[in-house]
Structures are given as structure tokens and as C-alpha cells.
Write a protein that binds this ligand. Structure first.
Ligand code: HT7
Ligand code: ZN
Length: 849
């Protein structure tokens, strides 16, 4: 496939005054008539993007058919020669036919359970009609939708409607990727919002008729998001209506189409008996994320797809701030860092590493990654730390005013902050252009006589594909100093490291303090320092920074697990230190639950790799299980008391308080079930107060291999609820003992309700195997084979989802020779598939490179 390069950017040589679409829907033979009002802005022919599925019936310029001598229709483009184009403004019109019923890739216009819907980001619009399908070409849209279905929606404001048709007008110029159309038998949960300038906005969440009673939380989240963006950034909504539609078949989470957000139904529908606390929190944050895109993504969009993190990194950053304001900032920060390390650090350490702003790609859909999204957000957090609060506010204001209505680049973004603050951001830009996670080492010199502590920092970044050398970056290092008795002797300081090696000294210290390093996770780096278990325990007990406090406990656990998984004796320090945490009634239960959550098997494997050894997934699993059992034995009475005390009283609420209590209760349950044979878990399942606790109980039962009755009950109660049944498919392979997980997954895959063309169901089952590391990385290759088999089946139907899941293989190079060979064989089988998609071909090639 063709490699696209950042440096090859050229503007399109036309401007669009207006795009008109008239779409007559049918499962097969949907007719799309387009009329595009154009004006030349540079030399060249008129080249439109399009896909193989378009049956072109007519192409006209100013109403006259284009002379075939001047018209070239190729596989992916339509060209009208310059000679056939008028010098003045003109109208290009086309009529094409497409078949949404055959669209299993879920890009462009497709059918989901009898409902027509679209997904156009990144390059789906070209499957609907001929168009300049690039984000820097923006136009107001006028759309007529024709169908017998009762609800007909598109972007913008409704203009008129009659029997079988509806007209919509979106006055805000937008690129084609933000186009959307929906038609179906839908019901709306309706509400209203008055913006800060007094605009009345009609809010609708459209769902299938039976789902209305599960849309209330999403509506609440939408209104909270609208208020927050006004208060935090002064941004208000700009149309008369805001529509959200829930769809069952969807490749990702949700899509920010202007005025018509389309959501995976799992990110809209929630009730206490069907959704967990984590589901609720995710719904809240994704509703916010898509809503925030209205300014960071839609009003100001990307010049090209290399700039994807311009909108995604910033919008993730904004949704993280929103959740942190609504819930607990400390807990949110820890959760975000856990997720960043699990997905982005892992990506950065493997063959798929790329910068937040890549400079080449074959298939853009492969670049909706943790690096673009989550690292993109971390880079923005660092920028804020470096320019300070006033600089941040001034920069954001300038960004919104200077670039409203434009398609921008990372250079535009950085120039705004340079202009607003006078700060040179040339070195900071490396965070956007360079891949890899910097490794920060710190050594300490203590001068007892002078009372001076000198910290010697060094940074290095390992080579990544295509980037052998890494110059130093600017790293904001937040630190504080804690005295041996736990008092803070130096509150948080923000150091700026700019060189490969740098020293910082602190004077007038009475006794040697303990350094609380990288407070708030002030930069996305890995930290290496020598530190005693006693000092870590001191920080866990006393650090004023909640992130650093949690990190101290996490490091204790990680060190113990890394040692145990390599055959060493497990250090009892972590379990011992937990006594203080479990006994401290002032701590937020959600925080305590996070301290109790052991490092993942994948994180332990990465820790072993970082120490230059080869991880053994089976031993890692055993070490983790064994530490959990030790903790349970060491703290049984305290855990049992917490389990009882943390039962929230009153009706279910997904708020942070009760959700945090449940998370601690279930953490205690998970540990206690190692001692009580699952008695509490069974009792909790039977009492079944809400889905959060049911799933916590079920996970413990599956792990103990005594979930048969519970699973049968779940199935009979929820056979008609796809979202709950997805949980049924996930929990078994993910929580089962690794030796049984693949066999369980195979038998689940044989069930008639394993509707593998539905991305949620596919991810629920096949993704669950990849999330059980000792099963996926089984030495006999059975995990790799199972996943590869299913990816090969999915690829022809839905390349985007298949390619995305291939990232499960990205850690293959760190394993032993037997596993490496098994993984390579599986990947090579995929690579050898006839007609493998461009998406999967690119992924396999990069993973094997
Ligand atoms: N901007 C969207 C990214 C996206 C997407 C969403 C659904 C299906 C396919 C998609 N391709 C790209 C989602 C977001 O980041 O908000
Ligand atoms: Zn987004």
C-alpha cells in the first residue's frame, strides 16, 4: 500500500461554498446525489476521493455531463481535467448508488439492526460519494434524507420535514469526516439546555424503543459537560439541537459528528442492574469527550491526519479534567496513569512505537492509538505545567480566537503558546515528533555537614522504529521532600530538566529527606532510582501528593512481584505496609482500592524486561496469585471488616463516593475469596444488589471455577441484553485460570450468540483472551493461534477492528524463543492471507519488522 508522508502535504486547489446532499435510503441501492459549489484557489484538475463501492450514475459540471475524454474514474479517485473546468465558481454534481446492507466494515453508510447510520472519520465519506475527503476542506452542508423510517437525522439544525423526508442545514463549515446521517425507528430522551449567552438548545438521545429507560445517565452527563465547557473554557454550544444516537454495531467508542454524535450503545445505555460503576464513569467521560470535540476538533479541526493528536490529545486532556473535577482528582490521575502505562508505555516500548504526531502511515485507522490519544493528553498536561496557569489560560483563549473555523497543525498549536507566553517551545516540540518513553534516572548525594541534597538526573530514550537517536527533551519534574518522620520539608517544586544530565541541589536540610519524585506524574517517563523499601513505605504512609503516595506502594508491590516471578523470595514489605493503609479511616476508599490493586501481569513482564531478563508469563501469574493470597492471609480481619463496612447504603448511585466504596469492597472480596473458597462471592452474587457487585462476585467465582450456576442465571436473565451478554463472554476467559481460558473461549465462540461481526461481541470474547496474559502467551502457542484464527476470519469483514486487535501481539519480542516462534508463526499466517486488508497488512508488517 501507498505510504503517506507528512511532508507531502499540499492544499486542495478549490474552496467549497456549500455541499448539498440528497440521500434516498435503501439497504441496497441507496442513491446519493451530491452538488458541490466550488471555486478555484490554485492550479490543477479536480480530484475527488471515492471507494470501490460507489456505482457512479452521473457526473456533471454546472448541470452538464462531463465529457468522458475529461473524466477519469479510477479505483479510489475521480478526476475532471482542468480543461473541463470553468474559470468562475461552478457546481460539481454526482449521482452514485451504494449498498449499506453489505457494509460490514462499518465505515461510510451502513445498517445496524435495521437502522441506517454513518461513520466517516477518518476516511469513510469516500464510501458514500465522490468528495475531497480530507479534513482541511471544510464546507457548510445542506442534506435531504429520504426514507420510510420514522426518524431521519443529519448534522446541524432541522430545516423542514415531510412524509418520508427531512432536510438539515449545518451552517458551520466542516470537513467530510464530521458528516453524519441516521435513519431508524428510534425514540428520544429529550431535554433542554440554555447556554451562557441564552441560546436554547434541544437535547435528544436517540435509542431503540426498549432502551429509553437506560439513557438518563447519558443525558445527565451531557448537560454536565455543557456546563463544564462554559465554566472551564468559556465555550458554549453553537446549534439549536444536539443529537446523540446509540448504535449497536460500531467500530470504536463514539464519534463527534457536528450536532449529531453517534455512540456505541455501550457508551450510552446504563441502569444499575445492567451497567457497572466503571461503565457509568466511562459513559460520563466519553459523552464529555465527544461534546468537547465541538470546539477542539470541529470548530478547530486538523489540517491532515498526521495532526490527529491536535484534536484527540487536547480533547482527552479536557475530558480527564472534567472527570477529575466531577469525581476525585487524585483517583482519576492514578487511573489515567495506570491506563497510560498499560497501553501507551507498552506501545512505546515495542515495534509499533510512533510519535504523537507521526510523519508517515499507510492506513490512518491504525493510528488511533494510545500514543496519539493518551500520550497526546500527557503532552498537553506538561505544556500546562511549563507555561503555568496564566500562560495556559491565555494560550487556550488565543487558540480559540485565532483558529476558529480553521484546519490546523501542531505548529499552529505551539505558536499560540509561544505568542501568548513568549516562551520558546522548540525543544518541547520533540514530545510531538519523537517516539519512545524517556527513562529518567536519579541518583542522590547527601552532604550531612552542609545539610545539602544534590539530585543527579539523567535522561535517555531507547531507539524506536525509524528514530535511532533521541535528543534530550524538556521534562517537568515535580518533586517534594519528606523528612524521616513523615513531615513535608519542601513542598512541590517544578524542576525543568532540559539536558541529557542535570543536577539540582537543596540546602538547609536538617536531616536527609526522602524524595517524593514525579509528583502528580508530571511527565510521561519511567523513573529509575535506588530506594529502600523503608523509604517507599514512608512515602506510602506520609506523602502529601496522592499520586506519589500511591506510586510508592505500587513500586513496593512491583519490586516484590518482579523478584518473585524470577524465582526470588517475595519481599514482605508491601504487605506489611498495607496495614497502615487499611487501618487509615481517613483515606478515600477508592484510593485504598487502587493501592490494593496489584500491578498487572503485563506490567510485571515489562518490569522484568526492563531489568534485562526474559519474563515467564506462567511464573508471573503464579507470583501475582501468591502475593494476593499472602495479603489476604496477612490482613484477613481488616479486609473482612472493610468488606462489611464498604457496602453503600441506600439506592444505587454511580457517584464517586459510593462507587469508591464498592471498589474497595470488591477489592477486599477478591482477596478474601482466596481464603473462603468463594463463600462471600457466592452470597454477594445471590443478593445481587447491582451489576457492579454482581460482576465483582462473578469474577471471583470464575477464578475459583465455581461460577456454573451464576453464569447460567446470568444467561437466562439477560439473554436479550447484548451489553450484559458481552460481559458474560468477557468474564470467563479473562478471569479463568490461564490453563483453561483458551478452551473456554473456544467453546464460547461456538455458541450461536457469538455474533462475531458485531465489534462489541468480538472484542468481548477475543479481546478477553488477549487480556489474560498467561493464556494468550501460553508456551504451546494455543493463545496466539486462537486469536490469529479469529483475526483472519474478521479481517475480510471488518479490517479496522481486526487490525486494532492485532496490537495484542506487540509484546512478542520480549518473550523466550519458543513463544517468539509461536507468535511469529501466527503473525506470518495472517500476513500470508490472500486479500489481507491494508489495515492488517500494515500492522503485521510493523509488528514483525
Ligand atoms: N474521533 C473519533 C475517532 C474515530 C472513530 C470513532 C468511531 C468509529 C470509527 C472511528 N474512527 C476514528 C472518536 C473520538 O476520538 O472521539
Ligand atoms: Zn476524540
Amino acid at each position: 500500500a501507498e505510504t503517506r508522508l507528512l511532508d507531502d502535504y499540499r492544499p486542495w486547489p478549490f474552496r467549497i461554498a456549500e455541499t448539498r446532499l440528497d440521500v434516498t435510503l435503501a439497504p441496497r441501492g441507496t442513491v446519493v446525489r451530491s452538488e458541490i459549489a466550488l471555486e478555484r484557489s490554485g492550479p490543477g484538475p479536480l480530484v475527488m476521493d471515492g471507494g470501490a463501492g460507489l456505482r457512479t450514475r452521473a457526473v456533471t459540471i454546472d448541470g452538464r455531463p462531463v465529457d468522458p475524454a475529461h473524466l477519469t474514474i479510477a479505483a479510489e479517485s475521480l478526476t475532471v481535467a482542468e480543461a473541463a473546468l470553468p474559470d468562475r465558481p461552478f457546481a460539481f454534481a454526482a449521482e452514485v448508488e451504494i449498498d449499506p446492507a453489505d457494509n460490514t466494515a462499518l465505515e461510510g453508510l451502513y445498517l445496524s439492526g435495521g437502522m441506517f447510520c454513518t461513520q466517516c472519520e477518518a476516511e469513510g465519506f469516500r464510501h458514500i460519494t465522490w468528495y475531497p475527503d480530507r479534513p482541511d476542506v471544510m464546507a457548510p452542508f445542506r442534506v435531504v434524507v429520504r426514507s420510510d423510517l420514522p426518524v431521519l437525522l443529519s448534522n446541524g439544525n432541522p430545516v423542514a420535514q415531510g412524509r418520508g423526508w427531512a432536510e438539515w442545514h449545518d451552517p458551520w463549515p466542516k470537513p467530510a469526516y464530521l458528516f453524519a446521517l441516521v435513519a431508524g425507528d428510534l425514540r428520544a430522551l429529550a431535554d433542554r439546555f440554555t447556554t451562557m449567552s441564552g441560546r436554547e438548545v434541544a437535547l435528544n438521545i436517540w435509542v431503540r424503543p426498549g432502551d429509553l429507560d437506560r439513557a438518563g445517565f447519558a443525558m445527565q452527563a451531557l448537560k454536565a459537560s455543557m456546563v463544564w465547557d462554559e465554566q472551564a473554557y468559556g465555550r458554549e454550544y453553537d446549534l439549536d439541537v444536539f443529537n446523540i444516537v446509540a448504535v449497536d454495531d460500531f467500530n470504536m467508542g463514539a464519534m463527534e459528528n457536528k450536532g449529531l454524535n453517534i455512540f456505541n450503545s455501550k457508551l450510552v445505555l446504563a441502569s444499575p442492574d445492567t451497567a457497572t460503576d466503571a461503565d457509568y464513569e466511562r459513559i460520563e467521560s466519553v459523552i464529555a469527550h465527544e461534546y468537547f470535540h465541538n470546539w477542539t476538533g470541529n470548530r478547530i479541526t486538523c489540517r491532515d491526519w498526521f495532526q490527529l493528536c491536535l484534536k484527540e490529545g487536547l480533547t482527552v486532556y479536557r475530558d480527564q479534567q472534567f472527570t477529575s473535577d466531577l469525581r476525585s482528582a487524585a483517583v482519576k490521575r492514578i487511573e489515567d496513569v495506570v491506563a497510560l502505562r498499560a497501553r501507551q508505555f507498552r506501545e512505546d516500548a515495542g515495534p509499533l512505537a510512533h510519535p504523537p504526531r507521526p510523519d508517515r502511515y499507510e492506513e490512518i485507522n491504525n493510528f488511533y492509538t494510545a500514543t496519539v490519544y493518551e500520550k497526546g493528553a500527557e503532552v498537553i498536561g506538561m505544556l500546562r505545567r511549563l507555561v503555568g496557569e496564566d500562560g495556559w489560560r491565555a494560550g487556550m483563549e488565543l487558540y480559540f480566537t485565532r483558529h476558529d473555523g480553521q484546519a490546523c497543525t501542531i505548529e499552529d498549536w505551539l505558536r499560540v503558546f509561544q505568542d501568548a507566553t513568549g516562551r520558546d517551545l522548540a525543544q518541547f516540540k520533540r514530545w510531538y515528533t519523537d517516539a519512545g518513553t524517556p527513562r529518567l534516572t536519579m541518583a542522590e548525594d547527601w552532604d550531612e555537614d552542609a545539610g545539602r541534597l544534590t539530585l543527579r538526573f539523567a535522561q535517555t530514550t531507547a531507539p524506536t522504529p525509524g528514530q535511532p537517536d533521541k535528543p534530550p527533551r524538556v521534562i517537568p519534574i515535580a518533586l517534594g521532600l519528606i523528612s524521616p518522620n513523615g513531615d513535608e520539608v519542601l513542598p512541590t517544586q517544578m524542576l525543568e530538566m532540559t539536558a541529557a544530565a542535570q543536577e539540582f541541589s537543596f540546602d538547609n536540610l536538617g536531616a536527609r529527606p526522602v524524595v517524593s519524585l514525579l509528583r502528580g506524574f508530571s511527565a510521561p517517563v519511567t523513573v529509575e532510582r535506588t530506594m529502600s523499601a523503608a523509604d517507599r513505605a514512608l512515602l506510602l504512609a506520609h506523602d502529601s501528593d496522592p499520586f506519589a503516595r500511591w506510586q510508592a506502594g505500587h513500586d513496593l508491590a512491583l519490586e516484590a512481584l518482579v523478584a518473585a516471578a524470577q524465582g526470588g523470595d517475595p519481599d514482605p514489605a508491601f504487605s506489611r505496609a498495607l496495614a497502615g493503609v487499611l487501618g487509615d479511616g481517613t483515606l478515600d476508599p477508592a484510593f485504598v482500592a487502587l493501592v490494593l490493586r496489584l500491578p498487572s501481569e503485563d506490567e510485571i513482564a515489562a518490569g522484568i524486561t526492563a531489568r534485562g531478563a526474559i519474563p515467564d508469563p506462567d511464573r508471573i501469574h503464579e507470583a501475582r496469585e501468591s502475593l494476593a493470597e499472602t495479603i489476604a492471609r496477612d490482613h484477613q480481619p481488616a479486609l473482612a471488616a472493610l468488606y462489611e463496612r464498604m457496602e453503600p447504603q441506600g439506592p444505587y448511585s454511580p457517584d464517586a463516593g459510593p462507587a469508591g466504596q464498592r471498589s474497595l469492597r470488591l477489592a477486599a472480596l477478591g482477596l478474601l475469596s482466596r481464603l473462603d473458597g468463594g463463600e462471600r462471592a457466592q452470597a454477594l452474587w445471590d443478593a445481587a444488589p447491582d451489576m457492579t457487585q454482581r460482576m465483582g462476585a462473578l469474577a471471583a467465582l470464575v477464578r475459583l471455577d465455581r461460577a456454573g450456576t451464576a453464569l447460567a442465571q446470568m444467561e437466562s436473565q439477560f439473554a436479550d441484553n447484548r451489553l450484559v451478554m458481552d460481559k458474560f463472554f468477557t468474564i470467563q476467559p479473562i478471569a479463568a485460570a490461564p490453563a483453561r481460558a483458551v478452551a473456554i473461549a473456544r467453546s464460547l465462540a461456538a455458541r450461536p450468540d457469538f455474533d462475531w461481526k458485531n465489534p462489541n461481541r468480538f472484542r468481548a470474547l477475543i479481546g478477553a483472551v488477549t487480556a489474560n496474559p498467561a493464556a494468550f502467551h501460553a508456551a504451546d502457542g494455543s493463545g496466539y493461534d486462537f486469536v490469529a484464527e479469529w483475526l483472519m476470519r474478521l479481517d475480510p469483514a471488518n479490517p479496522q477492528t481486526a487490525a486494532r486487535m492485532m496490537t495484542a501481539f506487540e509484546t512478542w519480542p520480549r518473550h523466550d524463543a519458543t513463544r517468539r516462534k509461536a507468535a511469529r508463526d501466527a503473525l506470518e499466517r495472517i500476513a500470508a492471507m490472500p486479500l489481507l486488508s491494508v489495515n492488517s497488512a500494515e500492522m503485521v508488517r510493523r509488528i514483525l519488522a
